[in-house]
Ligand binder design. Sequence first.
Ligand code: NAD
Length: 298
Amino acid sequence: MSEQSIAFIGLGNMGQPMCQNLLKANYKVIAFDISASARDAAREAGAAIATLAADAATNADVIITMLPAGEHVLETWNSALASARQGALLIDCSTIDVESARKAHELAAAHGAASLDAPVSGGVGGARQAALTFMAGGTQEAYARAEPILMKMGRKVFLCGGAGAGQAAKICNNLLLAISMIGVSEALNLGARLGLANQAMYDVITASSGRCWSLETYCPVPGPVPASPANNGYKAGFAANLMLKDVRLSQKAAAAAGAATPLGALAEQIYSQFSEAGFGDTDFSGIIKFLETQKRPA
Ligand code: NAD
């Protein structure tokens, strides 16, 4: 068993398997979630259970949060910091807005705690396989303490800069992914209407200048990439609502920073229509089916 004890708060689709990987790596974990069934699952996996965030934090060297949004992280860090040890390290792995991430770092500093924002890429599959990528923001010292722990839940950890830099990197990546999936869908849709087979389009583009991850690895039509959600009825994968959340975060950050993101704004509109049409829980690559049904303006 590792000397370090870790409080893990937020045991949902991502947090549960991440917590389990820390247990497998022999860390002493005390877990908390507001959901009783999530706590039961963590108990079964071998974690000690707390019934309050503050109780989970009391004796922990490291406190990890994996929560839905900025408000939950700030509320939880506030409670945890009130009872945390001097010099504890707080790591937030949730995807939240840059402003809240920076506020969370300020809260930690005011309590004499070290902190890191460390959102992830890789989804539920990556969390289960301990194959996540972490993009971190904070001091070199906090990063050095966090890195060995994060490497038990993932394969790559990048320190991107100071407070909030991990969240900034995450939303810039997902802004690009949101746009590129729409771009790939438009190209495949147009190709199909011009009589081209999807496989022919795939073969040509993956060997040409339009190649990108959205087509090559996550192809939104069935056939060319057997493991892509398109072959499984667009079961998520990465749900359209989560993509919409990230695009919205990118637009909020772009507004605050005064950065022009016209395609990002359009992507937000398109994923929002897709979600409102009832597809929010399906994979975001199903956006191609949605675009196929849209009429070209006269
Ligand atoms: P989820 O909704 O499955 O889990 C969130 C958990 O937090 C739930 O179990 C909920 O009960 C718990 N919770 C909410 N408020 C709480 C509080 N105040 N105290 C304690 N527990 C609380 O979400 P998820 O899919 O696990 O995602 C978690 C974070 O990771 C989100 O920020 C999401 O954007 C990000 N993320 C998700 C994915 C993915 O594919 N699911 C990929 C990358 C990043």
